[in-house]
Ligand binder design. Structure first.
Ligand code: SF4
Ligand code: SF4
Ligand code: FES
Length: 229
């Protein structure tokens, strides 16, 4: 994030984008037992990624406003001795906090979230890939074909990048869905297709699932490490 340095001798009064950081613009925290100092205003997800730590995400996209809807990016944040699960894509870094990105509690929660999402949209290849990556081989919930996990990526893409607003969330609770106003064809939709491009359910449907309740897991089987290489 660019900032204006106060040291005229060093910067000549110009904005320096990357290399110069003011001390009071930094916070110290611990992520996976590594002490780190990062810029104020960063999220835990950004700080972790900057350190090369992988945290899975679903409703987050670098080009869009973080929303914190899917909770897949959950991490354990320990503050004043108390631990809480938080969405790392919206939680700002803070002085002295400890973060665990892959604790048992975190893994268990993420697996539960993926299971719930797959039970809602079993043909999403993105979700099937996530399940395979986590070694999930069975879903404990009733399968439905809802074709939407309510991640909101399409809505934000339409509004923030396409400057449109052709679609949005309607209704609440179990009836919540993404739609055009009054389910009618939207006059402001430009037909750009960006909402479909970004949707984790529409893009690349998984072909591997056979019966309701089945998990594909083909991705697990073709993983080279499974052949003992
Ligand atoms: S196709 Fe229409 S609804 Fe979809 S992103 Fe483009 S303008 Fe928005
Ligand atoms: S339609 Fe796709 S992108 Fe939009 S909220 Fe549903 S799953 Fe997310
Ligand atoms: S990726 Fe953070 S809540 Fe969805």
């Amino acid at each position: 994030m660019p900032f204006k340095s106060t040291d005229e001798n060093i910067t000549g009064g110009k904005d320096f984008p990357d290399l110069y950081y003011e001390e009071d613009n930094l916070v110290s925290l611990t992520i996976d037992r590594q002490k780190v100092r990062v810029e104020k205003g960063m999220t835990i997800l950004e700080a972790a990624r900057w350190m090369g730590i992988k945290i899975p995400t679903l409703c987050y996209h670098e080009g869009l406003t973080p929303w914190g809807g899917c909770r897949l990016c959950v991490v354990e944040v320990i503050k004043r001795g108390r631990s809480k699960l938080e969405a790392s894509c919206t939680y700002p870094v803070a002085e002295g906090i400890q973060v665990k990105t892959n604790s048992e509690k975190v893994q268990k929660t993420r697996r539960m979230i993926v299971e719930l999402l797959i039970s809602s949209c079993p043909n999403s290849r993105t979700l099937q890939d996530l399940a395979s990556g986590m070694g999930i081989t069975e879903i404990r919930f009733k399968m439905e074909d809802n074709d939407c996990i309510l991640c909101g990526l399409c809505v934000r893409m339409c509004k923030e990048q396409m400057m449109s607003g052709g679609i949005g969330f309607i209704n609440r609770g179990a009836k919540r869905e993404v739609s055009t106003p009054f389910h009618k064809s939207s006059e402001i939709c430009r037909g750009c297709g960006a909402c479909m491009y970004i949707c984790p359910v529409v893009t690349l449907q998984c072909r591997g699932r056979r019966e309701p309740g089945d998990l594909c897991n083909a991705c697990i089987n073709v993983c080279p490490t499974d052949f003992g290489f």
